[in-house]
Design a protein around this ligand. Structure first.
Ligand SMILES: Nc1nc2c([nH]c(=O)n2[C@H]2C[C@H](O)[C@@H](COP(=O)(O)OP(=O)(O)OP(=O)(O)O)O2)c(=O)[nH]1
Length: 129
């Protein structure tokens, strides 16, 4: 049976209405695909707690989490990913890239110019509406 992972992703919006997009590095799984920063929910954590922790770890800043964007399950070759994305904003700290190859602010209408992880496509479609 394939492993199942439950992942939260932050759709971080700035003052210009752009979204923060992160490029997975060549050494990560799903290399060179764009994603929303985030990661797996750990035991005993709420989705919001997991997202705040992951963003602190990956980007070195603190976010506030708002409404859900999408809840999508995608079956990859090795793993089944349930990805829940949430709108959020940075409330303190500056972005420091730690594990991603690139971090970029992208306007909603430009989102489909990036090569997104397949599980992210429904969220992208929703944000582009
Ligand atoms: N964080 C994040 N992960 C995503 C997105 N879309 C998507 O398919 N994923 C997948 C990639 C990974 O298989 C999993 C998230 O794992 P992770 O970010 O905690 O960790 P990882 O690369 O260290 O994990 P692993 O695959 O090495 O176990 O979900 C997304 O938008 N954000």
């Amino acid at each position: 049976m394939k492993k199942k992972v439950h992942v939260v992703g932050a759709v971080i919006e700035n003052e210009q209405g752009e979204y923060l997009c992160a490029l997975r590095s060549p050494t990560m799984s799903l290399p060179n695909y764009w994603e929303f920063p985030g990661g797996k929910i750990e035991k005993g954590e709420t989705k919001e707690e997991a997202l705040i922790r992951e963003i602190q770890e990956e980007l070195g800043c603190t976010i506030e989490v708002y409404e859900q964007v999408e809840d999508t399950t995608y079956e990859y070759e090795q793993v089944i990913v349930r990805l829940e994305t949430f709108k959020s904003r940075i409330i303190s700290g500056n972005i420091h890239k730690t594990e991603h190859a690139e971090i970029r602010w992208v306007a909603p209408e430009q989102l489909n110019t990036l090569r997104w992880a397949p599980a992210d496509i429904p969220a992208i479609e929703c944000l582009m509406k």
